[in-house]
Design a binder for this molecule. Structure first.
Ligand SMILES: [Zn+2]
Length: 332
């Protein structure tokens, strides 16, 4: 979100939709949150428990949910279809495109009308879809905000470390800005995996486990249909990259003869504390992914060509050439 838009938002007196929760007609986003019956106290307590159980000591500066700004934003056409939400890590703002979620809701409705699903079930399914889309997006962006953030500013350089991702921009002599990103995909995978776990727990506590399951399935089905219609093999979802992360976690757990959960906790701790051991390890893994599966990493997302079996064997091969196992490197 632009600085200007943020200031306008502040001037309008809407500090946070969670505090004012107005459902005035122009505030589409607040209305959406009200519609899904969102309860931020429940989410806040789940998050704190989740971090505590994962051994995360520093939960970031926006640990109080009420300090968070959640605002409605209209993404440019170019961003559409790529995302519904984004986060400003410095100011603690989550921007969600409520209009885009509503558009997707209409698509979901249309998909159901063209399907053999009985009419009386449509509304419930659409509600499940909106629940998943809205809340999982909110949690994903909030995890980014709570994660480790470090910024370096120079006269012609800016570097942002966020979670495990590193983004650098350098102004070159000819006025061109050179961008270098690393670990972005793997850091997104860690963020998304946490967001899914937290969302599932939230849905469970809110008595909406089935709703959460149905919502995710609806989205998967819609994406599948869109892929077929548009003849695209990549819609920018995170499923494959989360699967990649799962394979890496299983692999390390096997080597270290530990439960996967312990390795996963180490990854979570590193994400919030900015641990250099794990960050460096992920940089190496990102390099390997870039070389072996460029279509996945370049898009920062995933591709249909992704094959978990191939990945597993290439990972073992890469590690054998490297001389030291990932588990040894992590000291777990
Ligand atoms: Zn993200």
């Amino acid at each position: 979100m632009s600085q200007e838009k943020f200031e306008q938002h502040q001037e309008s007196g809407k500090h946070s939709i969670f505090q004012e929760f107005s459902s005035s007609e122009e505030d589409k986003l607040a209305a959406l949150f009200e519609r899904v019956g969102f309860d931020f106290n429940t989410l806040q307590s789940i998050l704190e428990k989740y971090l505590e159980k994962s051994g995360v000591e520093d939960g970031g500066k926006y640990r109080d949910f009420s300090m968070l700004h959640v605002v409605d934003v209209k993404f440019d056409e170019i961003d559409k279809g790529r995302r519904e939400a984004t986060a400003d890590l410095i100011k603690g703002i989550v921007s969600i495109d409520a209009g885009l979620i509503e558009e997707q809701e209409q698509q979901a409705r249309k998909m159901l009308e063209d399907s053999p699903v009985p009419k009386e079930k449509h509304q419930k399914l659409v509600e499940a879809f909106v629940h998943y889309k809205l809340l999982k997006n909110l949690i994903h962006e909030y995890v980014h905000i709570r994660g480790h953030v470090h910024i370096e500013n120079g006269p012609d350089y800016v570097g942002i470390d966020a979670g495990y991702a590193k983004r650098q921009e350098t102004l070159l002599e000819d006025g061109v800005v050179e961008q270098k990103n690393s670990n972005v995909s793997l850091s997104e995978a860690v963020t998304e995996k946490m967001a899914l776990e937290i969302y599932q727990e939230y849905a469970h506590r809110a008595g909406a486990t089935r709703q959460a399951y149905v919502g995710k399935k609806m989205l998967d089905t819609m994406e599948e249909i869109t892929k077929i219609v548009l003849e695209q093999d990549d819609l920018g979802g995170y499923d494959n990259i989360v699967e990649t992360l799962d394979i890496i976690l299983e692999h390390i757990a096997d080597e270290a003869e530990l439960q996967k959960e312990i390795v996963w906790n180490a990854f979570k701790q590193g994400y919030f504390a900015g641990l250099p051991e794990i960050t460096n390890l992920l940089s190496e893994l990102s390099g390997f992914l870039k070389e072996e599966f460029p279509q996945m990493v370049d898009a920062e997302t995933n591709s249909n060509e992704w094959n978990p079996m191939v990945f597993r064997s290439k990972l073992s091969e890469w590690e054998a050439n490297r001389g030291k196992t990932l588990a040894e490197e992590m000291h777990i």
